[in-house]
Design a protein. Sequence first.
Length: 135
Amino acid sequence: QYKNNSLFKKKKNDTHSVDVCDVILVFCPIVSRAGTDIDAALNELNTCPASKPAIFMVFHPTFDAEKIVLDSSRYIIRRNTLTVDCLFHEDKGLLKCKKNDEALTRVVHHNSVMIELLLYYFCCTCGIKLWHNYN
């Protein structure tokens, strides 16, 4: 469904070098305590140049698609960084829920290049369906 979208007409190149990337994509799954896990991921992100834009995605494990989680952006002081909270289930992946829809909307409104890269990474590289009703 995504591969026919015009977002995917351009060739994307994966890179493992911060020097040549357009955006830094940070995945922060909460596996112990939110503050501890976010701090650990931030320590890695803070070694990168602040001039590089970043999407900091915090994944909260839950069975409940209506779970209320604290806004993780309160932990982030790095400039040029968009922080979004997502709900996921270990076996089902990202949940279809309002929280995840809001996260996608924030990324789309923040920077269209970032959403291209994010959707490409999730949908084409890994075959994972993110927010399946995105148009």
